[in-house]
Design a protein around this ligand. Structure first.
Ligand code: BES
Ligand code: MN
Ligand code: ZN
Length: 495
């Protein structure tokens, strides 16, 4: 999508969107358009009882005395409630009304007393259009051209155009990360496997972003028995990817992001039931977010030292696959009794967490994983689960999530739950009891976190894929997590 910003003016032709704040008052340019079309906007608004309610649209086709083909009036709500977030959502709604136009002009009149700065509001509305216009249609060969959306170009008309342009540049970099994450979770598992995912990540190297690949041989040397056990039933070799972005001073702290990248989770020998098994193509969602995040951080040249780890494996049943009952040894020497081969994410993360602490000594680690069905039972699609050994880090992540509407709900960890994963024959088992399944999984991960490291685990099983459309995305991959962590980095390391 081509997005441009120019000084506020009255568009003479084509498709146009104008905002109206609660109370039904058109802005200055809106009023000019209304007058030049013989009051067509105002008449239509009155007839439709449109008084600027937030998110409400009204389309006026071919208003008289003008070359305009279409004017979409969008309600922006009360000025004092207008934030970048609310305007971004308005942009997403606008997309629905304008997707069949090739080119649109969005008029953003000065908004007095808006809650946030005008430049970012104008950038946000464009961002909302772009995020909502996402489509994963590369494998559709017979869809009629007339059925496809047409929108290619958005011109934003605003007095804050210079600020908006600057704000949009940052948003564009972050959105590129979000869209990449959506692509990754949408790709079918015969296309995206540990090898192809790893190749894609390596292809991102450059302009200061370092990418290193670790293959099976090196994993064996390092003793990554937990990750390798999961991978051994697959014909595709496991890979670990290490992203490094050093945008801050050498002596500044390092923050690490670690993602579960199970490119397909059949359950392994503890095979999942057939219904809905295809969902497990997005069991690499955590790694997808870390990849999108590094695209965003590098794209906007973030002033942070960050390292990202992808643990990429495929969990398949096979003669060579690991069995329920196997005992494996992780890279840090702890032994694990694998009671269920479908609890594989924690095994992959155990070795990835060891690696990042051993080689990068981060102060803070955030891991992301589509780890448990239990978190979906608890929180549904509206919050991801947050598990942490650090109250301050938890508060920071929750605040970042709140401000981009990717919300986190804190769940407990603690010694009572930790006991539930003791094994009689090894240091731990990969299965808890009947209850608190998301917490016992987190407890397992915590056993691989060294003393003094602030750690948070985000269980994103419920938010990675959406059966219906969300505020900023069509149904399918949401990209949840990229904006949250980008904001967390901006708030905690760059301001
Ligand atoms: N990838 C799944 C969790 C999952 C389920 C993610 C549904 C998204 C949607 C994970 O590997 C898994 O299978 N977890 C098991 C753990 C159990 C065997 C302890 C689960 O949640 O049932
Ligand atoms: Mn599983
Ligand atoms: Zn899984």
């Amino acid at each position: 999508m081509k997005v441009s910003f120019a000084k506020l003016s009255r568009p003479a032709s084509g498709a146009v969107a104008v905002g109206v704040s609660d109370g039904g008052k058109l802005g200055k340019t809106g009023q000019i358009i209304d007058r030049s079309t013989g009051g067509a906007l105002w008449a239509a608004m009155k007839a439709a009882k449109h008084t600027g309610q937030s998110g409400k649209t009204l389309t006026v086709y071919a208003p008289p005395r003008s070359k305009l083909t279409k004017v979409v009036v969008i309600g922006l709500g009360k000025a004092k409630d207008m934030t970048a977030q609310s305007l971004e959502e308005a942009g997403a709604i606008l997309y629905g009304a304008l997707s069949k136009e090739a080119r649109v002009t969005i008029v953003i009149d000065d908004i007095k007393n808006a809650a946030e700065d005008g430049g970012d509001l104008a950038a946000a509305i464009a961002s909302g259009v772009v995020l909502k216009s996402y489509r994963f249609d590369k494998y559709r060969t017979t869809e009629k051209a007339s059925a496809k959306p047409k929108l290619k170009s958005i011109a934003v008309s605003s007095n804050a155009f210079a600020d908006a342009r600057a704000a949009y540049k940052v948003r564009e970099a972050v959105n590129a990360g979000v869209l990449l994450t959506r692509d990754l979770v949408s790709e079918p598992p015969n296309v995206l496997n540990p090898a192809t995912f790893s190749d894609l990540a390596k292809g991102m190297a450059g302009d200061g972003l370092k990418v290193k690949e670790i293959g099976r041989k090196d994993m064996e040397k390092m003793g990554m028995g937990a990750l390798l056990g999961v991978a051994q039933g697959s014909i595709t070799e496991p890979k670990m990817i290490v992203f490094e972005w050093n945008g801050a001073d050498k002596n500044d702290p390092t923050v690490a992001f670690v993602g579960k990248g199970v490119t397909f989770d059949s359950g392994g020998i503890s095979l999942k039931p057939g219904a809905g098994m295809w969902d497990m193509k997005w069991d690499m969602g955590g790694a997808g977010v870390v990849t999108g995040l590094f695209k965003a951080l590098a794209g906007r040249k973030a002033k942070v030292n960050a390292v990202g780890i992808l643990g990429l494996v495929e969990n398949m049943p096979d003669a060579k696959a690991q069995r329920p009952g196997d005992v494996v040894t992780s890279a840090d020497g702890q032994t694990i009794e694998v009671l269920n081969t479908d609890a594989e994410g924690r095994l992959v993360l155990a070795d990835a967490l060891w690696y990042v602490q051993e080689h990068h000594k981060p102060d803070t680690i955030v891991d992301l994983a589509t780890l448990t069905g239990a978190i979906i039972a608890a929180l549904g699609e509206h919050y991801a689960g947050l598990f942490s050994n650090d109250d301050e880090l938890s508060t920071q992540l929750q605040a970042a999530g709140q401000s981009v509407n990717e919300r986190l709900w804190r769940m407990p960890v603690g010694p009572e739950y930790d006991k539930m994963i003791n094994s009689p024959i090894a240091d731990m088992k990969n299965l808890g009891g009947r209850y608190a399944g998301a917490t016992t999984a987190a407890q397992f991960l915590q056993r691989f976190i060294r003393k003094g490291t602030a750690w948070a685990h985000l269980d994103i099983a419920g938010v990675t894929w959406s059966e219906g459309s969300t505020a900023l995305a069509p149904k399918g991959g949401t990209g949840y997590g990229v904006r949250l962590l980008d904001r967390f980095v901006a708030d905690q390391y760059e301001s």
